[in-house]
Design a protein around this ligand. Sequence first.
Ligand code: GLU
Length: 476
Amino acid sequence: MTAIKEPSFRESVDLMFNRAAALMDLPPGLEEKIRVCNATYTVRFGVRLRGQIHTFTGYRSVHSEHMEPVKGGIRYAMAVNQDEVEALAALMTYKCALVEAPFGGSKGGLRIDPRKYEEHELEQITRRFAYELAKRDLINPSQNVPAPDMGTGEREMAWMADQYARMNTTDINARACVTGKPLNAGGISGRVEATGRGIQYALREFFRNPEDVKKAGMSGSLDGKRVIVQGLGNVGYHAAKFLSEEDGSLVVGIIERDGAIYNPEGIDVEAVHQWIVKHGGVNGYPDATHTAEGTAVLEEECDILIPAALEGVINLSNAERIKAPLIIEAANGPVTAGADEVLRKKGTVIIPDMYANAGGVTVSYFEWVKNLSHIRFGRMQRRQEEARHELIVKELERLDRYLGDAWSMSPDFKAKYLKGADELELVRSGLDDTMRIAYQAMSEVWHDRDDVDDLRTAAYIVSIDRVAKSYRAKGL
Ligand code: GLU
């Protein structure tokens, strides 16, 4: 253990913010206005369960209202506290600004271990929490739109949306009060996988820039790159699955609550996922070596390290020993400010959380727009697009017949070209575009400014500048 004191999560976010703000020319006072959290609401409520009243503590923090609604997930975990939700709310502000999702930043949390409750109990607790938030407009389609986070998912979002709708029976936009809902309750295709998909798109964009890849001391593409992922929850699982199944990356290590598994030949992510569903952990998985001290595997040899679980897992106690030349922060705040400093000095490239895991809120934005427009994406244009493509295919078929053996259409061209985009394809296209554009904005600052030597500072500069412009436009 090191003697230097590790800053808290919120201090870490502030320190990183300050480092970037110091390189900017913000009007006096505006810097502080942007950094501070506007408000945090704490609620304590009782729910009668198993014959007695249980008291729960929940939070909803609003970091910045330069754009409304404000947006951000609600997590269910025992570690939830005010400091944490405030840090996470601040990250939401910067994240939304970076990917141009038109929201301010917010976050919520409930101090609970969801595994200790039956489904009907969780529903009761969630509905009561949602009631407390909704009556203060902390759940509201035009003011504050929650989403899933650690410990919550589609099921909880459906309960919250229904609770809001019951309390606001004439609100035609009620469904837009939370995102991450199941498809049959106003959700959007591709939201569950969105954050993991965003990690994949972020890495693809990184590897499209050979100069950046070189900064991490690597070359080539994602193909064959060795990946270690920490946390095989929704985000880690999808990221690891897509990278191994679609980009040729080799997942060599998976770290979970009950230890880690490692296999230099590569691990079948889907098989491990199924194993966890069945056995509750990675222990006993046959095709890899198990280590009880899971976090030690963060320090194993690999090309890409994906922390996809809790904040602060890479800290002053292990930063020096991290061997991965590239870290992509799938979790929020997995690298502390102190560790960030150490890694930066070592030349480790870090793709920061506010960019890397923005896929979730990006697709949430699409879901919110879908709910407000009351129509599924692609419904109007899909068949019209197909009809126009049909015209071209008919002409190509005529040419095919005319040219005989000299030329013919590629075998699957017709089927592929004729198929109009469905909602899932449109969501993926929108997400891919968002991740590419945001990367370019961030890396431009990284490349162009001599005083910026890391992607995180570059990302903060882009975000703070956008938030500042928005405040100035409001006359502040
Ligand atoms: N909880 C996710 C995050 O931290 C998603 C937020 C949202 O979709 O609003 O980014």
